[in-house]
Design a protein around this ligand. Sequence first.
Ligand code: 4NP
Length: 149
Amino acid sequence: MKILMVCLGNICRSPLAEGILASKVVSKNIIIDSAGTSGYHAGEHPDKRSIKIAEKKGIDISKQRSRKFMIDDFEKFDLIYAMDESNFQDLITLARNENEIKKVKLILKEVSENKILNVPDPYYGSNQGFEKVFEMLNEACEVIASKYV
Ligand code: 4NP
């Protein structure tokens, strides 16, 4: 199983999603990566606040590097999780056929009782925003880990 986590900048939310899911996975037969719909921060390490909240929970995401989503990712990955509806829409627009469209999912839809569909963009917010993002992604990744990996 190959899973890609996608947000806008690939420095706040999707690096956390990648690190959290990887921390829950025991099988070596799984590939987890993350990317941004934009290349604004390509080559950069995750935002310090994401690194810090992950570290607090025992997860090291400090070595990740931001990259832009590439069209080939539709072929490389089985599942592509968008952090919010804007990322979702951007990915659907890039998809070239039904098979690619089917791979794209909103990550919070994995939490069935969830009425919130968007992992809020914490970039311009406070540290508390990053705590909240961590909790939301932790819950979703728990479901993903039990379902697919
Ligand atoms: P992310 O957060 O999509 O969770 O990585 C953002 C990071 C940077 C920007 C926007 C969102 N930005 O506009 O630079």
